[in-house]
Design a protein around this ligand. Structure first.
Ligand code: ZN
Length: 178
């Protein structure tokens, strides 16, 4: 009797790349976020805002965050650009809600790792829909597009971190840490 393979396509090489069917699904997911971006629009009570451009492609992202006790409660974005940049920021805005600042920074780091070709990051469950962008790492020019929203995030968090440090003086009034 011949051992039957379970219909998996032969992939003698490049085993880190998604199988053709998965690649297609990923492509669809990117387009879906591009056409119907999540959390797009203005946030009226934003605590911080960051506007960044990727001139090499013409992408633009304006990211707004609302935080509460160190947790991101809302994330909105505006701007336009290629499907990679817009899908990336759309997926990011979904994932950020409910995350603490350190968690958000870690996510940004893992996403950056993935963009630099880290195959482990590309398989992590917490990356959610972002895994669809793993293939972008093969196109160095597009990596900038994918990272634009995340750069905006990191700069926004830096800005807010600086402001918070100023607030937490050694003054004797009651702290409002929770
Ligand atoms: Zn782009």
């Amino acid at each position: 009797m011949t051992a039957e393979r379970d219909g998996a396509p032969d992939r003698p090489d490049g085993s880190d790349r998604p199988a053709p069917v998965l690649a297609e699904l990923y492509q669809e997911l990117i387009l879906e976020h591009y056409k119907r971006p999540r959390n797009k629009g203005e946030l009226e009570d934003a605590d911080v805002e960051m506007h960044l451009m990727n001139t090499s492609c013409g992408d633009e992202v304006r990211l707004q965050l609302r935080l509460e006790g160190g947790v991101i409660r809302d994330a909105r974005h505006m701007g336009n650009g290629c499907s990679i940049s817009q899908a990336s920021v759309s997926m990011m805005s979904d994932l950020l809600k409910g995350k603490t600042i350190p968690e958000s920074i870690e996510l940004a780091q893992r996403f950056t790792d993935m963009m630099h070709g880290d195959p482990v990051a590309a398989r992590e469950k917490r990356m959610g829909a972002l895994r669809a962008l793993a293939g972008v790492s093969q196109y160095p020019v597009r990596v900038k597009c994918a990272l634009l929203g995340w750069d905006a995030l990191l700069q926004a968090l830096k800005k807010i971190g600086g402001e918070e440090e100023e607030e937490h003086g050694t003054g004797g009034s009651e702290g409002r840490d929770r």
